[in-house]
Ligand binder design. Structure first.
Ligand code: PSV
Ligand code: MN
Length: 426
């Protein structure tokens, strides 16, 4: 299925008048405050969020999975799905592949297909948290951190193979999420596990092309429940620093213990030039992988405030960031859920862009706590949705992507084309 430009134009036409009223009122308000509306729209149009190839089907929990219909059955259909999202919101212009779940068989054809939807290939992701059919030795007790060098070698070679696929596709980064850890005190020696991981990553790093980045993702627990080798941003930063200038930390919003101040982590890593990428999702308790902005939108905004401060800092040493959603959909239609996530990200970004950072700095220098709070909350309490809609519309997308998705009967058509579909989510 493909969404045609004229479908979107016709849809937008029906809502243009009400949108112009909302956008006009907001623009006027922002103009009065001296906020550069046009420049902000340009930034919103440029902001692209990669969609993971594993989030296009219904996910599940360890207790079960309730599949949807019309889910993509192969990589081609996953690309088609991301193409549909991008046609609707013009902000999902990249796909991130997990290997070996999504090995491209005909690379030239896959590249052509992605390009026909205006999509790029974002980071490639390795997988050493599952044994693959026919694998000589098991990852049950670890992969890159394993005590046996022979197991480490399998995991290292896999990561190098993933870089190879990425090179063919035009990706520019490798994301390593290392599940290795232990479930019981005494099971593993912390220092040995760290050192093994470092030396394994150093081997992989040697195969990283000059213009590539390596993202090191951290997570405090799960699948193991006593210790995780790369448990937090400090460990990720330590590894990234020891590896070299092409290695960076990756923040997955769900990978923190409750109440962790993620915005502070982001600010510190950007200050050090070591923040590489982001996995967006939301959570209430753990790594819940819920729709972005569905539980803690204020926290998301505060994170974006630090990101924008970092990105707007002319002396920042941090390179451009790689943005990706990493969510799992158990109840909602995955495509609709992803549209909601992208919109939540754009809203938080827009709020951070309109925040009066100059006055905030002045208030901070005077220790005016009350004023600082007023400034921070003023942007958060501004309904920036007309601004986001205007930017999506100007880029060629639908004013209301979720509504358009429903009106265009996307899921029904995909069901007809693909049938009940096959599980592809996490
Ligand atoms: C692990 O929870 C994670 O967030 C990592 O990013 C993985 O690559 C992804 O989920 C899919 O397993
Ligand atoms: Mn992740």
């Amino acid at each position: 299925m493909k969404i045609e430009k004229n479908q979107i134009q016709e849809f937008n036409g029906r809502f243009e008048k009400e949108h112009q009223t909302d956008f006009g009122a907001l623009s006027e308000k922002l103009d009065r405050k001296g906020i550069p509306v046009e420049a902000i729209i340009g930034k919103l149009i440029d902001f692209q969020i990669a969609i993971p190839s594993w989030a296009l089907g219904a996910g599940g929990t360890r207790f079960g999975r309730f599949g949807g219909v019309g889910e993509p059955r192969n990589l081609e259909e996953k690309i088609e799905d991301v193409g549909l999202l991008h046609a609707l919101n013009r902000s999902s212009g990249a796909i991130s592949l997990h290997i070996p779940w999504d090995i491209p068989e005909n690379v030239a054809e896959i590249r052509r297909l992605a390009a026909s939807h205006g999509l790029l290939f974002d980071a490639v992701n390795s997988n050493t948290f599952q044994d693959q059919p026919g694998q000589a030795l098991s990852y049950k007790f670890g992969s890159l951190a394993h005590v046996d060098p022979a197991v480490r070698k399998i995991a290292i070679d896999h990561n190098i193979e993933v870089i190879g696929y990425g090179k063919e596709l035009g990706s520019k980064s490798l994301t390593v999420w290392l599940a290795d850890g232990s479930s019981f005190p005494g099971q593993a020696d912390f220092v040995t596990a760290f050192q093994n991981t470092l030396s394994s990553l150093q081997e992989i790093y040697k195969s990283l092309p000059a213009d590539w980045k390596m993202f090191i993702e951290y997570k405090p627990y799960e699948p193991y429940f006593y210790s995780t080798v790369i448990q937090d941003w400090g460990t990720s930063h330590l590894l990234a620093t020891k590896l070299g200038e092409k290695a960076f930390c990756l923040v997955d919003l769900g990978h923190h213990l409750p109440n962790t101040n993620i915005e502070q982590i982001v600010a510190t890593l950007m200050m050090e030039g070591k923040l590489g990428g982001f996995h967006f999702n939301d959570s209430k308790y753990g790594d819940d992988d819920l729709t972005v902005g569905s539980i803690k939108p204020y926290q998301l905004y505060l994170i974006f405030l630090e990101l924008v401060k970092g990105m707007e800092n002319p002396s920042s040493v941090n390179p451009p960031l790689s943005w990706m959603i990493d969510a799992s959909h158990n109840l909602k239609d995955p495509l609709e859920d992803l549209l909601q996530s992208v919109e939540a990200i754009l809203i938080a970004y827009a709020q951070a862009l309109i925040a009066d950072k100059k006055s905030l700095k002045e208030a901070q220098l005077k220790n005016d706590v009350g004023l600082a709070q007023e400034i921070v909350q003023d942007a958060f309490r501004t309904d920036v949705r007309p601004l986001v809609r205007e930017s999506v519309k100007r880029a060629g997308g639908a004013l209301y992507p979720v509504r358009a998705y429903r009106e265009f009967n996307v899921r029904e058509i995909l069901f007809k084309e693909r049938g009940a579909g096959k599980a592809t989510g996490l």
